[in-house]
Design a protein around this ligand. Structure first.
Ligand SMILES: *Cc1c(COP(=O)(O)O)cnc(C)c1O
Length: 406
């Protein structure tokens, strides 16, 4: 049937106008609600939830502050040269963090890859093209770290082709250093699991003329950590943007020596002859990350801490009198520095495994995520909750713990 004939036929049907419209409208357009604001999560059938767990990547990190969202949106409305923007933002970030230079990266992980890549190649473009390398290029190829600082994210460093050399004490470091040693690497969150301190690590690097680097991805607050390790003399430092700072989850900052940052940038977009091309940040991340840090530094952290504590106390008070249930609030000394409530229970009095409780909270209305704990416990933080959500978490937790009581 010709389109013209079809149209004529349809026009004979009742409600023809709207039917024709609907008939020829592509499905996607048809699905778009008219006037009403779209709820994309609902449309896509994606569950959203109250996050009482923390800043986990698989839960999408944290919610960007309003001022970060605004910066993101503003940036999206104009063109600019990506390098010029990184130059200008980098200068501001360097000043704020007491570093010689800084650049916005696609998170702390990519900052590690790019920083080490910069150390390996310097500004030699031919070398930049050769990473990842497996030797034979004249570039250094080993990174020394402490055995206690073993963490999945160290893969960021082996992405350059380097191998990791584990040591335990200062004598081991002296022995391990050779002409292939590119860098001495420190993981701040595991500082207490190693035998060598920050200061000793930096001194070892200085003594042997080898750059030192530190991963502080999840270690603000305290806010001073943004400059503490630059002041201490680490040659580069990486931090995540989308954890407690509530910047973009797709961003972080690499900060440190001018020479290293300059070289690291050769490994990044807009250039495409390097290992960092897939670690792209665009103007939105760069501007939003800048505003996130600028405001984070000005922020009233004591007030935040008080609010988190009050929320946690509210949840604790709702459950601590329940039979068989005990609670404990601690604040980690390193990493994720926020009041953390452990709710645990006696197995003979509350018949439930932590994963049962997690599932029941997840399947409730509204859905809630808490972190799994030890054998019979779950962990709760309040720093990425919205105001008032602690009341819902308290009520639901009490309901499920009471229901499972025997
Ligand atoms: C979160 C984290 C990373 C990864 O940071 P991204 O910003 O997500 O790339 C690396 N190291 C440590 C210790 C972390 O906690």
């Amino acid at each position: 049937m010709k389109r013209r004939d079809l149209l004529r036929r349809l026009s004979l049907l009742p409600f023809a106008g709207s039917t024709v419209g609907a008939f020829f409208m592509p499905t996607a357009v048809q699905a778009a609600p008219t006037g009403a604001k779209r709820n994309l999560f609902q449309e896509l059938g994606v569950r959203t939830f109250i996050n009482a767990a923390g800043t986990y990547t698989f839960m999408t990190g944290s919610l960007m502050h309003d001022y970060v969202q605004e910066a993101w949106l503003e940036a999206s409305k104009e063109f600019c040269l990506l390098d010029e923007l990184q130059d200008k933002v980098g200068a501001k970030l360097a000043e704020l963090t007491h570093a010689e230079a800084a650049v916005v990266t696609a998170g702390a992980f990519s900052g590690l890859t790019l920083g080490l890549a910069g150390i390996l190649t310097g500004t030699d473009v031919e070398k930049v093209k050769k990473l990842p390398h497996i030797g034979g290029t004249g570039m250094k190829s080993e990174v020394i770290y402490q055995k206690g600082h073993e963490i999945d994210y160290n893969h960021a460093l082996t992405n350059t082709g380097c191998t990791m050399v584990a040591v335990e004490n200062i004598a081991d470091v002296e022995k391990a250093i050779n002409e292939k040693t590119a860098m001495l690497f420190f993981v701040n969150i595991l500082a207490n699991s190693g035998k060598i301190s920050h200061e000793e690590w930096v001194a070892l690097g200085r003594k042997h003329g080898i750059p030192t680097a530190i991963d502080i991805a999840a270690d603000v607050p305290p806010v001073e950590n943004l400059w503490k390790f630059n002041d201490m003399g680490f040659d580069f430092v990486v931090v995540s943007g989308g954890k407690a700072m509530r910047g973009p989850q797709s961003a972080g900052v690499l900060m440190g020596r001018k020479k290293i940052i300059e070289a690291a940038r050769l490994h990044m977009p807009p250039r495409g002859f390097n290992i960092g091309r897939g670690m792209k940040v665009n103007k939105e991340e760069v501007v939003a990350m800048y505003v996130a840090i600028e405001q984070f530094i000005k922020h009233d952290h004591a007030k935040d801490y008080k609010i988190w504590g009050e929320r946690i106390a509210h949840i604790e008070n709702a459950v601590k009198g329940l039979p068989g249930v005990s609670t404990n609030v601690t604040t980690p000394e390193l990493g994720n520095v926020t009041p953390t409530l452990e709710v645990s229970w006696k197995e003979d009095l509350v018949k439930m495994k932590p994963k049962d409780l997690q599932e029941r909270l997840r399947n409730g209305q509204p859905s809630i995520e808490v972190a799994g704990g030890k054998e019979n416990s779950v962990n709760i933080t309040a720093w990425v909750m919205k105001a008032g959500e602690e009341k819902i978490v308290a009520r639901r937790l009490k309901e499920e713990l009471s229901r499972a009581a025997v």
